[in-house]
Design a protein around this ligand. Structure first.
Ligand code: NAD
Length: 472
């Protein structure tokens, strides 16, 4: 929704507009409408209907914004969202039930429970790479928890943003759920308002702006960020399966433009050539001899990101390390799956999150040294992956690597497991969502203790005579 500025004949959304939106939603929230189980069910069913009836339009918008292959749009955006809606519809009744809590002798006789209550009016700011999933998945959680919601999709995926605005207005209750389209000015105007929770998905720089704005109102935040997610490849593996699973997590997820995309590989010097050969073989099988012609790879989102990725590839000490791929087409914003072997650890490509189709391989003498390399990079990534059959290595990986999530012998698939929380740690974010964790992210856990008038122990009342404490 955007406000019409008649004088200049262009749409503006300023602080006044933001204030009005939040007031309207707060007025709706205080009526108690969103709290009812019935309202929550109706909205989730409406979202399912919206996804069912508009799949071709969603696929087309994602094609416009990213040339996203239909298979990826259907599976990772639409199907995953439907699964979230279905899970919430099935489990929400149970999630909403007060949870019995134990009491102690101090309050005997008494009983206690924890009630999940909606937080109020919440703000979801989403990113461009999975514009439907990253916008609507948090909304599913916020609806199931009974909140009113403003969603601000990313302006970098404009076709998806405008379709989201239209569909949400057409299918969902617009007195409680609104989409505001726009970029920095609109988001800034909204961030000035008082929210009961903000869930932000995007980069760490903007996350700091979001957190600073939230601090003014003591608003809690969930920050879904990124980082350099490493993949350790041991030699004790099924090479073909490992290669395919890395490929699909990297290039099969938006051509590397995914937050949990493998960012770089660490393997041993002895094994690197075998691994590179396997990548070459499987990449050609998946994307053909000329991957720029493949319809199964997304393009780079815009020319800024194309230039950023080109700069990473063209750095002098890096460009000679390309062992596969490297082709690009500036006009169509395409970059082929590209593998670089033995890039220096102080190169640009190893300093920032790649977020694109480039995959550097770093080599070590012994696979155990991978852990030191990850630790010495300082940051805690959003995901870390290990391929091995070696039990000792698996144990060391799980015990020592700190990341949002870990996967052994696959990449990225943990995202689809609703019983696992999805979120980062340290620089890769704070808080989590998915499944019941989404419901919890948008709920306040209210502690309630019930007492009668019996069992009124005199010990707690003054006068505090000597020895009273020892009787307690
Ligand atoms: P983006 O450019 O779409 O920005 C995200 C949101 O921030 C947008 O809605 C945008 O309008 C808003 N924004 C941008 N600048 C702002 C400002 N100055 N003030 C207020 N709001 C502002 O997305 P991006 O940041 O390029 O996304 C890529 C990053 O996000 C990567 O680091 C990636 O790893 C991370 N990411 C994380 C997840 C996750 O679930 N953890 C998912 C996708 C992407």
């Amino acid at each position: 929704m955007l406000m019409e500025n008649k004088a200049e004949n262009k749409a503006v959304f300023d602080e006044e507009s933001a204030k009005e939106v939040v007031k309207e939603l707060r007025d709706s929230f205080v009526t108690g409408k969103t709290k009812s189980y019935r309202w929550r069910v109706t909205q989730l069913k409406a979202m399912l209907k919206m996804l069912d009836e508009n799949e071709p339009q969603i696929v087309a918008a994602l094609r416009d914004d990213l040339s996203k292959p239909e298979f990826e749009s259907s599976l990772y955006e639409i199907q995953m969202l439907k699964n979230s809606c279905r899970l919430a519809l099935k489990e929400m009744n149970h999630w909403m039930m007060p949870e019995k809590a134990k009491t102690s002798l101090t309050t005997f006789p008494s009983s206690a429970e924890i009630i999940s209550e909606p937080l109020g009016v919440v703000f979801v700011i989403s990113a461009w790479n999975y514009p439907f999933l990253l916008s609507l998945d948090p909304v599913v959680g916020a609806i199931s928890a009974g909140n009113a919601i403003v969603l601000k999709p990313s302006e970098m995926a404009p076709a998806s943003s405008s379709l989201l605005a239209k569909l949400v207005a057409d299918y969902l209750d617009c007195s409680c759920i609104k989409v505001v389209e726009g970029a920095v000015p609109e988001t800034s105007a909204l961030l000035e308002q008082k929210w009961d929770k903000i869930l932000y998905t995007g980069n760490g720089k903007v996350a700091r702006i979001v957190m600073a704005a939230a601090a003014k109102h003591l608003t809690p935040v969930v920050l879904e960020l990124g980082g350099k997610s490493p993949v350790i490849v041991d030699s004790d593996i099924n090479l073909k399966v490992a290669t395919r699973r890395i490929i699909v997590g990297k290039w099969g997820c938006n051509n590397g433009q995914a937050c949990i995309s493998p960012d770089y590989i660490i393997t041993t010097k002895d094994y690197a050539t075998k691994l590179v050969d396997s990548f070459k073989c499987e990449l050609e099988r998946f994307y053909g001899k000329d991957p720029l012609e493949s319809k199964d790879l997304s393009r780079i989102v815009n020319s800024n990101h194309f230039d950023r990725l080109s700069k990473l590839m063209d750095e002098e000490k890096v460009s000679s390390k390309i062992v596969h791929g490297g082709q690009r087409n500036e006009k169509d914003l395409q970059i082929a799956p590209t593998i670089l072997l033995d890039v220096p650890v102080n190169s640009l490509i190893m300093k920032e999150e790649i977020f694109g189709p480039l995959l550097p391989i770093i080599t070590v003498d012994k696979v155990e040294q991978s852990f030191d390399l990850i630790h010495s990079s300082g940051g805690k990534p959003l995901a870390a992956y290990l391929f091995t059959n070696n039990k000792k290595l698996k144990r060391k990986f799980v015990e020592t690597v700190s990341a949002g999530g870990l996967v052994v012998n696959d990449t990225a698939v943990h995202l689809a497991i609703h019983s696992l929380p999805f979120g980062g740690v340290g620089e890769s974010g704070m808080g989590s969502y998915h499944g019941k964790f989404s419901f919890d992210a948008f709920s306040h856990k209210k502690a309630v203790l019930y007492r009668g008038f019996a069992g009124d122990a005199f010990l707690r009342y003054p006068p505090y005579t000597p020895g009273k404490l020892t009787l307690l």
